[in-house]
Design a binder for this molecule. Structure first.
Ligand code: DGY
Length: 321
């Protein structure tokens, strides 16, 4: 029997992919750092039984029009806003993502981003390396305290809760805002539910971990930043489109808020001329929330496992509902 046709939209490590060559007829985009172009993706979608996609691949109604054999799209991310779920459902294509295996890793990075932004760690590192450190002084690179402050988490799902556990270890008071109440977080972490506005007004740190959806677009805009404390630090590690970056830039230069730590951007990669990158009080990372070797390997394995299950006619481990 012919092996199912699998198209992988980015070059993944041969050591992992080779494990699956007996089971699948594997075709793979040859570049690690360049996303697949539309034409190539279309060409393979026409033939494929399974796709292993990245968050940079836009899989929409148009690209799925030619998907006549496709049974499963395994997205190498917990987020799946790059895939048009309705069009996939209409074509009876199952979409899977990679939750759980990246939760703790992404929470580590988010907390690290908060610490780096509050304590000016990246700026201080640059300061030394560019030869500017002439003398110790009492307020040299003095930042904001983290321990025992109030953190407001917007998006209290798996990653939000894992982040809250870290915050708890720092003695922080935890507020959260979510689509629905997270009773576990309330009981285990003494997290307190707050309306969006109350959270913005009361938090020293506002951390966005909400997945992107049409109704979260630009939720952190001018109004939200003006509600925050002038000493507030804003962290975003979910999706860039949740933030109005022009409003964020103005909030920072007008001192409506103090600083921001960003792992994600409206357009990725962000243009190096983007005004946000010119600000010392902004710490920027290139969307590396789940980027540890161990986690990325777990994510890839989970994608293969999901593909295998669907093609065998079973329920995948982590379908997108
Ligand atoms: C995801 O999995 O959606 C993350 O953004 C990747 O780091």
């Amino acid at each position: 029997m012919a092996r199912p046709y699998l198209y992988i939209t980015r070059k993944l490590p041969d050591e992992i992919v080779d494990e699956f060559r007996n089971a699948f007829d594997v075709h793979m985009w040859p570049h690690e750092e360049i996303p697949v172009d539309e034409e190539t993706l279309q060409h393979h979608i026409q033939k494929a039984n399974a796709l292993l996609t990245m968050l940079t691949d836009k899989v929409d109604e148009n690209s799925l029009r030619v998907a006549n054999h496709l049974k499963v799209i395994a997205n190498l991310a917990v987020g799946y806003d790059n895939i048009d779920l309705k069009s996939a459902r209409d074509k009876r294509i199952i979409v899977t993502n990679t939750p759980d295996v990246l939760t703790e890793t992404t929470a580590d990075l988010t907390f690290g981003l908060l610490l780096s932004t509050a304590r000016r760690i990246i700026e201080a590192n640059q300061f030394i390396k560019s030869g500017e450190w002439k003398q110790w002084s009492p307020f040299l690179m003095a930042g904001s305290e983290v321990h025992h402050k109030t953190v407001g988490i917007v998006g209290m799902g798996r990653i939000g809760s894992a982040f809250a556990r870290r915050a708890k270890g720092f003695g922080m008071e935890i507020l959260y805002h979510n689509r629905s109440r997270n009773v576990e977080a309330e009981q285990e972490l003494q997290a307190t539910y707050a309306t969006f506005d109350d959270l913005l007004e009361q938090s020293d740190f506002v951390v966005c971990l909400a997945p992107y959806a049409a109704n979260t677009k630009g939720m952190f805009g001018k109004r939200a930043f003006q509600k925050m404390k002038t000493s507030a630090i804003f962290i975003n590690a979910s999706r860039g489109l949740n933030v109005d970056e022009t409003a964020l830039y103005h909030a920072l230069i007008n001192k409506d808020i103090k600083a921001a730590g960003l792992d994600v951007f409206e357009n990725e990669p962000i243009n190096k001329e983007h005004p946000l990158l010119s600000l010392n009080q902004v710490v920027c990372l290139p969307h590396i929330g789940s980027a540890t070797v161990e986690t990325r390997e777990r994510m890839i394995h989970l994608c293969f496992e999901n593909i295998d299950l669907v093609l065998k006619g079973d329920r995948p481990k982590t379908p997108v509902s």
